[in-house]
Design a binder for this molecule. Structure first.
Ligand SMILES: Cc1cc2nc3c(=O)[nH]c(=O)nc-3n(C[C@H](O)[C@H](O)[C@H](O)COP(=O)(O)OP(=O)(O)OC[C@H]3O[C@@H](n4cnc5c(N)ncnc54)[C@H](O)[C@@H]3O)c2cc1C
Length: 281
């Protein structure tokens, strides 16, 4: 089936009219690095396609205690415009240059596992997502955007327009582990945001990519660290729990068994970086 119509709206209102009219029969393209591959390889046959790139949603703004990223901001624009260390690192580890020039922040939220290397950093930074349809908008925590079935909590008449990140309070560590030299898909990616006071962990967010059907927050592992000193037995227990809780995908890159082992190893490694005196507040 050939594409019957390719839309490139210039206002959000027009774009939302199109999603309301065509709902799930319109294919949305932000940077197109996932969708175009699916169309070209014959996995998708959309009748209607809508490109979001003329909507002026490629902004990065700071204010009111938040960094706000428009959904069509590309990874290359993140690298140019944003100083936040974890977001810088996550953008640098998402594909190669060609992919970073096109691939967007919004599109990364929809990347199938084990992709989603930017989204996992957003999750660790407690980001929220603004979702709009013709009737208005709603804002939900990114952790609620991913449902247990692996789908995203968005209706077919809606678009993601913005991702907001509160001012980062803690220290962060981001590590992407791949089978070969990058650019390469993740075996496991670990993003941790941790606050430490008087030798005690006061707040922590441990997020993993490659450990489930979407980027996941490992709350069971976090509970072990909260209120504890970050010593070796504690961080090893947290890493054990993360590995037990993980339900990694199996693919040509890595087996489920191997990914689980790597979750254990890399969560432990990531937490170990906070035991360095320089990281303590
Ligand atoms: C060679 C190659 C290497 C890659 N390496 C990596 C990697 O290392 N790590 C990684 O995480 N990813 C990787 N990717 C995947 C991809 O490039 C990134 O995940 C990118 O951020 C996806 O963004 P996009 O804008 O191109 O998505 P698109 O292809 O434009 O969109 C993907 C999906 O998201 C939906 N969507 C997009 N934006 C919106 C919106 N605003 N509202 C509602 N729905 C929307 C679309 O319906 C579509 O189904 C790679 C891709 C390629 C081709």
């Amino acid at each position: 089936m050939a594409v019957e119509a390719y839309y490139r709206p210039t206002t959000l209102e027009d774009a939302l009219d199109l999603t309301a009219e065509y709902t799930s029969s319109i294919e949305i393209i932000s940077g197109g690095t996932i969708t175009m591959a699916e169309i070209n390889e014959g996995h998708k046959f959309p009748r209607y396609v809508m490109d979001l790139r003329e909507l002026d949603l490629d902004y990065a703004e700071e204010g009111d205690g938040y960094l706000s990223l428009g959904a069509t901001l590309t990874m290359a624009q993140v690298l140019d415009q944003i100083d936040e260390p974890m977001l810088q690192k996550a953008a640098r580890h998402t594909g190669g240059w060609a992919v970073r020039n096109m691939g967007t922040v919004g599109g990364n939220l929809f990347a199938p596992p084990p992709l989603g290397d930017f989204a996992v950093a957003l999750l660790a930074l407690d980001a929220d997502v603004t979702i709009r349809n013709r009737d208005g908008d709603r804002r939900i925590p990114l952790s609620d955007f991913y449902t247990t079935s692996g789908e995203q909590a968005i209706n077919s008449d809606e678009l993601v327009t913005e991702i907001r990140i509160p001012t980062v309070e803690g220290q962060t560590v981001y590590m992407k582990y791949t089978r070969s030299q990058e650019p390469a898909p993740s075996i496991v990616t670990v993003a941790v945001n941790l606050q430490y006071r008087d030798d005690t962990v006061t707040d922590v967010c441990i997020c993993l990519n490659g450990a489930g059907s979407h980027p996941m927050r490992m709350r069971n592992a976090e509970e072990i660290l909260l209120g504890s000193e970050l010593d070796e037995p504690i961080l090893n227990r947290a890493a054990d729990v993360a590995a037990k809780t993980a339900d990694p995908p199996e693919d040509a890159i890595a087996s489920k068994w191997y990914r689980r082992k790597m979750v254990r190893h890399h969560v432990s490694n990531a937490l170990d970086q906070f035991t360095n005196a320089e990281n303590k507040q």
